[in-house]
Design a protein around this ligand. Structure first.
Ligand SMILES: NC(=O)c1ccc[n+]([C@@H]2O[C@H](COP(=O)([O-])OP(=O)(O)OC[C@H]3O[C@@H](n4cnc5c(N)ncnc54)[C@H](O)[C@@H]3O)[C@@H](O)[C@H]2O)c1
Length: 375
């Protein structure tokens, strides 16, 4: 029986350093009876040389051969030129951006490509090892705090030296999901005094266990939605939230905001008035800048200074930690692929089991049809 080939092309999105493969995952895929073909030099920007990848067992190929494999692993959704190079019946595992209504899913279905959208993997215990939003959110939360520390002209920890002393920085994290909790942990390790708020009150214990204070605000309604995500607040709830936050935000030296609701524009939590009230030299890291931002003054992929406050809108922190982020990403994709392969014998055919809740949730196109329904 023919060996199934996993192909990994170089990412084409501007500024991307990651690749959807890493040496560890190559070894595991090969052990499972699969072959791995990677586009030449695709790992360079993530710190993996062609030789590292070959030593792990991959073949280095051209773009066409990587995209023409039985199974294609990617970070970002493919563009139409890439789709045209994929073969009918292939399995694509990547981010798909299913809420982006630009016809890509229809094109994938027409081309007979079965596509898994990694952002649709449910947040359940069984799916944890496949959750790219969590693995990359963790990386992003870590890197975002390092960015804040680098942009801030003062210390994070309390400092007592012969040349004078400094107070610990006051840092507020808004949204304590995966990225936010990691941001709290790293900011604490750096010695900042941290407070955090999330509309899902269930995360209070986690915030406290990381050594941060929980900001209590009564928004008058439940903020938790389904699957560990928030739901959108009513207009009244949003007003109460802004009123409860604003004076605290003015006193922060650094704000790291990560508030997000899947498929929606990010909620405004840091209005212009709050920025105006912050001390000159303060820093806002708006991690939601790609999706409308938690601060209306942030701009995607720019640092802007407003009222003396630096507002950082980088949209791809994981790409700034390309090597480890690629390693985590590759393992997530590999674990999802393993759901479609027999457990014991060597893999020679895929079994796309629609009864499996993870596959059922994440498979956006199958056998020529779009399965994903936009809400
Ligand atoms: N800039 C980057 O490089 C980068 C990288 C990864 C993630 N992100 C972004 O960071 C954000 C967080 O990602 P995540 O994986 O942690 O998501 P997540 O869903 O785990 O966390 C988002 C948190 O925001 C909270 N939230 C929603 N609405 C809120 C509100 N009105 N007030 C307070 N909290 C609210 C949610 O309850 C949740 O805990 C997303 O916007 C994501 O797109 C950015």
């Amino acid at each position: 029986m023919a060996t199934l080939l996993v192909g990994i092309p170089k990412e084409t999105r501007l500024g991307e350093t990651r690749i959807a493969m890493a040496p560890d995952a190559i070894k595991k895929l090969i052990k499972k009876g699969l072959a791995v073909a990677i586009e030449k030099s695709a790992g360079e920007s993530a710190g993996f040389s062609d030789q590292d990848l070959e030593t792990a067992g991959a073949q280095m190929v051209d773009t066409r051969a990587a995209l023409g494999a039985d199974i294609v692993f990617k970070i970002h959704r493919p563009n139409l030129t890439e789709v045209a190079q994929m073969k009918k019946g292939a399995l694509l595992i990547s981010l798909i951006e299913p809420y982006n209504n630009d016809g890509l899913m229809e094109k994938l279905a027409e081309a007979g490509i079965n596509a898994v959208g990694m952002e649709l993997v449910p947040r359940t215990s069984r799916a944890q090892s496949m959750d790219v939003l969590s693995s990359q959110g963790n990386v992003a939360g870590y890197r975002a705090v390092l960015e804040a520390a680098a942009q801030y002209g003062r210390f994070f920890p309390m400092m007592m030296t012969a040349a004078g002393s400094a107070k610990p920085a006051k840092l507020i994290v808004l949204g304590a999901g995966v990225a936010g909790l990691q941001a709290i942990a790293v900011a604490r390790k750096l010695g900042a005094a941290v407070e955090a708020y999330d509309v899902r009150s269930e995360v209070k214990e986690q915030i406290l266990s990381l050594g941060a204070k929980f900001i209590e605000i009564d928004v008058g309604e439940e903020g938790a939605g389904s699957g560990g995500y928030a739901r959108e607040l009513s207009e009244e709830g949003k007003k109460r939230l802004q009123a409860g936050l604003i004076e605290r935000l003015k006193k922060a030296d650094i704000i790291v905001s990560t508030a997000n609701i899947p498929g929606r524009k990010s909620p405004t939590l840091i209005p212009e008035e709050a920025v105006k009230g912050m001390r000159h030299g303060s820093v806002i890291i708006d991690m939601a800048a790609a999706n409308g931002g938690n601060c209306p003054l942030s701009e995607p992929d720019k640092i802007v200074t407003k009222y003396g406050v630096k507002i950082v809108g980088w949209t791809n922190y994981p790409a700034m930690v390309g090597s480890d982020a690629s390693g985590f990403y590759a393992k997530n994709l590999m674990n999802l692929l393993f759901l479609m392969l027999p457990e014991k014998e060597a893999a020679s055919a895929l079994n796309i089991n629609l009864e499996d809740d993870i596959i059922a949730a994440a498979l956006v196109t199958h056998q020529g049809k779009v399965r994903f329904a936009r809400k």
